[in-house]
Design a protein around this ligand. Structure first.
Ligand SMILES: COCCCC[C@@](O)(c1ccccc1-c1ccccc1)[C@@H]1CCCN(C(=O)[C@H]2C[C@@H](N)[C@@H](O)C2)C1
Length: 338
């Protein structure tokens, strides 16, 4: 259904509470792709028809075929993007991209190489960066900026809902131009971005139980729809995990499932409000052959200066707090998700 502001909500798929993605189309006739809508980056890339069969991760996903699109415009400039883990290489092309029912002529990257790690585990095809132009590689105008310049949106904002239960449908929702009251209660509390050009805010502290323990002098937090977990400086997260009795193994932090119900809340102080996560929000409880495994969805990650040290609030935070990204006022709004 087309809402009054010219866009339709994009339903998202929730894969194991760790990967959230939705469908876009590129080209005429439409070629559809599943992409992560990622506020931590600002470029669009999808696997290319001309990707090397040796790049398994590329070969096992939907691939864009320029030769089948009547609206394809050649560019050919090289492209490469590096993530916390994993990298993508390819070349630029231009075609009509449709997001939330809105068509834009977009420069994007056709990926000819995807690193096996982690992309062989990706249930989606590509990434659509929802970050500011400032962080866009090759100075390419991001998709949302192209949409804003069409003046079809009621408000220059976009909102993200991530469900907390993979069995719950839809697994999430992206709204361009507004918010969806079906997925939050109460009012929004807003935090200004730390500087125009990134979805970063100043965080006033992180506390566990009653005592304030981390980021006591204030620190930077990025609200990142493209991250599965919450990450913080490795030393702080290590101490936080020790406080809740979590042990680290090769795949992250674990707690024994019979202690989960007594785990304390972890609270993030943003914009004068406290945003608490309970064990329901930060424990991934998986029943496996050898018994139940309870993973803590926090990771230590030391981001080098000038960007870091930084906390990354990802999907597990957004699943609890419905998030509105406001480009008009350079601020982020949080409301309690339903
Ligand atoms: C909510 O849904 C999240 C999607 C999963 C993200 C992710 O978990 C993932 C898992 C499996 C396969 C591929 C990818 C993945 C990899 C790169 C881009 C997008 C998705 C990423 C794993 C590596 C660290 N990480 C980021 O750096 C992310 C940080 C973010 N800003 C991006 O730019 C890269 C998150």
């Amino acid at each position: 259904e087309d809402t009054s502001n010219g866009t339709v909500p994009t339903p998202l798929t929730n894969y194991l509470d760790t990967q959230y993605f939705g469908e876009i189309s590129i080209g005429s006739p439409a070629q559809t792709f599943n992409v992560v809508f990622d506020t931590g980056s600002a470029n669009l890339w999808v696997p290319s028809q001309s990707c090397s069969p040796f790049s398994t991760a590329c070969f096992t996903h939907n691939r864009y075929d320029a030769s089948r699109s009547q609206t394809y415009v050649e560019n050919g400039t090289g492209f490469s993007i590096q993530y916390a883990s994993g990298n993508v290489r390819g070349f630029l092309s231009e075609d009509v991209v449709v997001v939330g029912g809105i068509p834009v002529v977009q420069v994007f990257a056709e990926a000819t190489f995807l690193s096996a790690m982690p992309f062989i585990f990706a249930k989606f095809d590509g990434v659509l960066g929802m970050g500011y132009p400032k962080v866009a590689i090759d100075g390419i105008t991001p998709v949302f900026d192209r949409i804003m310049s069409q003046h079809v949106l009621k408000e220059e904002v976009f909102s993200i809902y991530y469900s907390r239960d993979p069995k719950h449908l839809p697994g999430g929702e992206l709204v361009l131009g507004g918010t969806d009251p079906n997925y939050y209660t109460g009012t929004f509390n807003y935090v200004d971005t730390k500087q125009t050009g990134t979805w970063e805010v100043i965080m006033k502290g992180v506390s566990v139980g009653s005592e304030m323990t981390f980021c006591v002098a204030g620190c930077t937090a990025v609200i990142d729809t493209g991250s599965s977990y919450i990450t913080g400086p490795a030393s702080s997260v290590a101490l936080l995990m020790k406080t809740i009795g979590a042990e680290q193994d090769e795949s992250g932090y674990k707690v024994s499932c019979d202690t989960v119900l007594n785990l304390p809340s972890v609270t993030f102080h943003l914009g004068g409000k406290e945003y608490s996560l309970t064990h329901e929000d930060y424990i991934l409880w998986q029943s496996q052959m050898e018994g139940d495994v309870c993973t803590v969805t926090f990771r230590g990650l030391d981001v080098p200066p000038p960007t870091g040290p930084i906390w990354i609030l990802g999907a597990n935070f957004i699943a609890r707090y419905y998030t509105e990204f406001d480009r008009r006022n350079n601020r982020i709004g949080f409301a309690t998700a339903v």
